[in-house]
Design a protein. Sequence first.
Length: 258
Amino acid sequence: MIEYEAAILDVDGTIVRGDELLPGAADGVRALETAGCSRLLFSNNPTRGSDHYGEKLTPYGIDVDPDTVLTSATVSAEYLAATHPGERVYLVGGERLEAILTAAAVELTSDPDAADVVLGSFDRNFSFGTLWEALRALEGDVPFYGTDPDATIPINEGEIPGSGAILAAMEAVAGREPDAILGKPSSVAAAAMDRLDADPTKTLVVGDRLDTDIALGNRAGMETALVLTGITDRAALAASDIEPDHVLESLAALETLL
């Protein structure tokens, strides 16, 4: 059995679902602490910054340092600030993502004809008008990015459309795919995990999505564990080409790997 030095945990569908803590999740996190594993939370939620999950999980007895939290929003903001400084970004996304980008000194424009870069993401107010403006912004060879590929988001009542659904509409009208998706499982996301400073072969990635969490761990040469408390069930697992190293009913079973 591998003696893990660190773990990278997905949040939505792994630790929480909507606003509710998943059964046994706190036990799984405590098992990591008992085993002396350092921990990084990595969510593909593009509407939240690093502070959010500390506020959300602390009432459940899970202490979270904002420096050990990544989201697709923070990864996207850091990437755009570093690679497109001074360029105007046209955003299809919500107000929270807009605030995170602005805080990272990413210049935004609401004028699609002034766009130097286009970023697509989750937007509750997405409409025909939004799509029309996105089509204008995507004319020519303007760089086109997405925060994350998640087509749906788990909530208390089931699922809602996510960034991937909106990006699919943008792709359809523009006639091209994004140049890169910046959240999990991209190379940009894999590079962001370097802040954990742990041996990849002794790092465990835990999440509920095969195409993001498990694919990310496989790409980075890390051990992977799929939990069945979110998007993926056993039928989807059996039909997928992406294989986790371990399958757990919930995060509560994490102690069996430590």
